[in-house]
Design a protein around this ligand. Structure first.
Ligand code: SF4
Ligand code: SF4
Length: 137
C-alpha cells in the first residue's frame, strides 16, 4: 500500500496508545504554540495528554472521520510518523480495530472491544480541520 492510497481520516490508529507517555514533545516543539494544558509533565519531560486510550486531541468529525484537532501545531513525533511506513502498518494492525470502534461506534462491536470495555471518548467536531489525517490530495 503506498502512502497516496491511505486516507488517514478513516484510520487514526497511530493516535492510540496505552500509556500517558505515548506522545513525547521534542525540542523542536518548543517553537510550536502547543498549549501547556494539553500536555502533562513527567519527570521534567512533556507529553500530550491521553484520554480513553488515545491522544486527547484526536477528534471525530460528524461524518465519522478521525482527525487531529491541533494539526497546525501537532508535535514533531506526529509529523515524523509517515503513512505507509512500517510503524504505520504496525499501528493499523494492533490498534486499527479500536480506532474503527471510535470512528464508527454504532453498532457497537463487542467482538472487537469486549463487553466490559468502555468505548474511548473522542470529542466530536462539526467540521474537519486540515490535518495530518486528511484525505490524500
Ligand atoms: S496527530 Fe494530533 S491527535 Fe494524533 S497524536 Fe498527534 S497531536 Fe494527538
Ligand atoms: S499514519 Fe498510518 S496509522 Fe496513522 S492515521 Fe495514517 S494510516 Fe493510520
Amino acid at each position: 500500500m503506498s502512502p497516496s492510497d491511505i486516507d488517514c481520516t478513516t484510520c487514526g490508529a497511530c493516535c492510540f496508545g496505552t500509556h500517558d507517555r505515548y506522545i513525547a514533545l521534542m525540542p523542536e516543539d518548543r517553537a510550536r504554540a502547543i498549549p501547556e494544558n494539553l500536555t502533562n509533565d513527567h519527570d521534567g519531560r512533556r507529553f500530550m495528554k491521553m484520554c480513553g486510550g488515545h491522544c486527547a486531541q484526536l477528534a471525530r468529525t460528524d461524518d465519522a472521520r478521525l482527525v487531529c484537532g491541533i494539526y497546525d501545531m501537532r508535535p514533531e513525533a506526529c509529523r515524523a510518523f509517515r503513512a505507509g511506513s512500517f510503524e504505520c502498518m504496525k499501528a493499523r494492525q494492533h490498534r486499527g480495530a479500536l480506532a474503527e470502534a471510535v470512528r464508527n461506534p454504532a453498532p457497537i462491536r463487542p467482538e472487537i472491544i469486549g463487553p466490559e470495555t468502555e468505548l474511548p471518548p473522542a470529542h466530536v467536531i462539526a467540521s474537519m480541520p486540515t490535518g495530518r489525517m486528511k484525505p490524500p490530495a
